[in-house]
Write a protein that binds this ligand. Sequence first.
Ligand SMILES: Cc1ncc(COP(=O)(O)O)c(C=O)c1O
Length: 391
Amino acid sequence: MKKNKIPKMLINDFKKIFKKRSKQLHTPIFKGNEIKYLKECIESSYVSYVGKFVKKFEKRLCQYTKSNFSVAVNSGTAALHLILHYLNINEKNEVLLPSLTYVATANAVKYCNAEPNFVDIEKKTLGVCPIKLEKYLKKICIFKNGKTINKHTGKELKALIVVHLYGFPAQVVKLKKICKKYNLLMIEDAAEALGSFYKKKHLGTWGDFGILSFNGNKIITTGGGGAILAKKKYQEKYFRHISTHSKLNIKNDHVHDQIGFNYRMTNLSAAVGCAQLENINEIIKSKRLNHKFYKKKLEKNNYCSILEEPKNSRINYWLITAVFKSLKKKQNFISDMNKVGLGLRNLWRPLHSLKIYNRCQSDNLDNSNEIFDKALNLPSSPFLFKNFNEN
Ligand SMILES: Cc1ncc(COP(=O)(O)O)c(C=O)c1O
């Protein structure tokens, strides 16, 4: 076998296996009470954000994640934006975040006129590398009047957004310690991590705030949607209020006490969310089968490694991630699997490589660049190897 070539047998094997299975990267599954709940919603005429399913969905999210409070909104991006808005992040601030994330993480910072400052990941968890982060902060920070200032820009560093990429847990305990030392708030972007736990604690509940996404491509979907995970009752109250145009509850009148947002989740979306959440354990079981399959097929040929949940964690395996020995090997795999028609996808493009973000402050981002070059997401739909009709 030539050094970079995939064995023909494997291609034929994949052709056979994927003949009758979803070749797409991720297709949602609707096998539960979705239609029943939607029908209830429509018949009740409560289709907008007033209605029983929004509250029900929030309650169930709290039960599942053990978050103190959750507020359902219409996207994960909106959830991030509202948290940063609440923290009064503004043009005088910088927010630290990994470059290897979906663009929405940085966009939310920009919506508040603040500047992203990109930090690197570690290759094992794909989360912010605590060692590099601490070195970077030591290099760039000075403390002045109780504030953490970037000495190169003069801006105050306010928060670190920790992203749990593809459901993998970043090193939340170490990162939290560093945040405390440098007086930074820790916000967890757990958009991709519903169903992922570290030390039996759900991701998104470790930091000061967390967010989830229920976009169509996520582990469960509400069409489009997101949620804020918060610790305090007054925060929950604030987020509910500001996400509904800050409208006061005054009979027969329209009074708004601050500039609000139209970010609340609709009852229709929440109805789908409630039904989806009822099946999350089955969906995650099926994701674990996907992981087992790729591990067996691809690792035995020493072709690539399939990322695995770190110690002390139980993850959702939202998208299975393969890391190849070299860019060349990855490219060969893509061209061979194109013959099978597989929906392969590069990881999120590191944001510092996008024109819109290439002037931002950043640490050295070697790991992000390397992982982007060598890694790939494989088709990971929930019903690849599990028949949901069997239940
Ligand atoms: C890491 C990450 N952050 C934020 C978001 C934004 O979520 P949404 O698409 O619900 O706005 C996404 C998802 O798409 C994401 O993957």
